[in-house]
Design a protein around this ligand. Structure first.
Ligand code: ACO
Length: 430
């Protein structure tokens, strides 16, 4: 492996250092490029740009690999819990039994939200999307839980991390209950993280919720699969906003806003709406496939394609299995699963999808799993957001400790007017 790259511009040659990765793409270090050459690089979407060094997640888009701190997601999905995986992502190592206990107690201690926050919910107009509500609520944590100068930086960060993980889950369940006009259910200390969430969502004073271990396992796996995905759009938003040294809550709130878009986390809602629309239209896939292939039509086959994976998303494979397992266990017959299968099989043989390397991504089957749990459609992306919290937190922590840290400030290639003079209003349009 060479340790420098050569760039020739006109009759000049510039040497650029190479930064070697452990696995995956190494990088050409262009930090001095503009100063030395006057040029910048042009990379819309940043698909060829390494914005940081990271040791949190590794993904290989060609072979469909995803590992958290080196551990394959297949192993974590099978053997771990969401909280243990969160600990791994945030701290770099799997916890000892004692560490896991301390972490769980800390999360439990921070699971309630300030009663004053409930008034917020009352003032959102009916029909507000839960992702918009959640983003605002998370941003407001900064005001309800201000920093205390007497605390050490480490203690302050530990509290912020625990609050983010624990309170966002409580806020999500509260937002559902309040939007329906139902009584808010508080977290219970004897329940695990995932079981507590299901209980807060579905328990009622007149109809106690029965916690099914298989549902809890499925939810743990759902969240593990969403826990981190290196420099995706919402994580990049967390790092970018965090680069201005904003606090963790504000950075996570930015991540939630980015995640809500239909090309990113909002796709899990878009997929189920697409499958429902196909069902309503008699199950005819053809118009949807034709629209997806028409470059003039903004419609896409939601749940298909990925910026990095050019093969089957490894998370989608596991999600498909959970989907089958949960439907079978609870004897649920969902016609949307049949439509999803047919769509996958048809797309698999269609030259457009083959040539564009478009395969199911994590969102393709996840909505059917969430429907089986009883989660309403407009909460789907909120479920993704809870799962992505450990990723956002660990990436934010890594960025604030990074010796190469910089305020994000990309450059541009200006293509507007050259210098021109201001024209007074009376002289315009003459
Ligand atoms: N349906 C139809 N065509 C598609 C799809 C799709 N789902 N995805 C990509 N394409 C086509 C594009 O039209 C484009 O075609 P062209 O080269 O002929 O113009 C080509 O494939 C490349 O598309 P880009 O958007 O440039 O590729 P990118 O890799 O950046 O796209 C993305 C990734 C945004 C996820 C895209 O595949 C997409 O829109 N998918 C549908 C939305 C979705 O499921 N998002 C969830 C992603 S997973 C996640 O965020 C958790």
């Amino acid at each position: 492996m060479a340790d420098t790259a050569k760039l020739i511009i006109g009759d000049k040659t510039y040497e650029l250092p190479i930064i070697e990765s452990v696995e995956g793409s190494s990088a050409v270090d262009i930090r001095k490029l503009r100063i030395e050459t006057g040029y910048v690089t042009y990379d819309p979407g940043s698909g060829n740009t390494g914005s940081c060094k990271s040791s949190i997640a590794f993904m290989d888009g060609k072979d469909g690999v995803l590992r958290y701190r080196g551990i394959p997601i297949e192993q974590l999905a099978k053997k771990s819990t969401f909280i243990e995986t969160a600990y791994l992502l945030i701290n770099g190592e799997l916890p000892t039994p004692e560490e896991l206990k301390t972490f769980s107690v800390l999360l439990n201690d921070h699971s309630l939200v300030h009663e004053g926050m409930r008034h917020f919910f009352d003032n959102f107009p009916p029909g507000s999307h839960p992702m918009h509500i959640l983003s605002s609520m998370v941003n407001s944590l900064r005001s309800f839980y201000p920093e205390i100068p007497e605390r050490s930086e480490e203690e302050e960060i530990n509290k912020k991390v625990a609050r983010s993980l624990s309170k966002v889950r409580t806020l999500a369940a509260m937002s559902y209950k309040i939007s329906r006009g139902f009584k808010v259910i508080y977290p219970k200390p004897e329940l695990t993280y995932a079981a507590n969430f299901l209980n807060m969502m579905f328990d009622s004073p007149v109809k106690p919720y029965v916690i099914e271990p298989e549902m809890v396992k499925a939810l743990n796996t759902f969240w593990i699969l969403h826990a981190d995905h290196e420099q995706n759009c919402s994580t990049a938003a967390v790092r970018l906003v965090g680069s201005a040294r904003t606090n963790l809550y504000t950075a996570i709130s930015a991540g939630i806003s980015a995640l809500g878009g239909p090309l990113h986390g909002g796709a899990n809602q878009a997929v189920i709406e697409m499958l429902m629309s196909i069902e309503e239209n008699g199950g005819n896939l053809k118009p949807y496939l034709e629209r997806a292939k028409d470059r003039k039509d903004p419609f896409r086959l939601y749940g298909f394609g990925h910026s990095v994976y050019k093969t089957y998303d490894p998370r989608a494979k596991i999600m498909k299995k959970i989907c089958h397992g949960i439907l079978e266990k609870f004897n649920i017959s969902d016609p949307l699963l049949d439509i999803a299968h047919e769509l996958e099989e048809t797309a698999k043989k269609d030259p457009y999808f083959i040539d564009h390397n478009l395969y199911p991504n994590i969102d393709f089957y996840s909505g059917i799993v969430l429907r089986a749990m009883g989660i309403p459609i407009n909460m789907f992306t909120v479920m993704f957001a809870i799962g992505r919290l450990p990723g956002w937190i660990s990436q934010w922590l890594e960025s604030i400790e990074d010796p190469d840290w910089k305020l994000h400030r990309p450059r541009q290639v200006y293509i507007g007017s050259g210098k021109r003079d201001y024209i007074p209003i009376r002289k315009r349009n003459i």
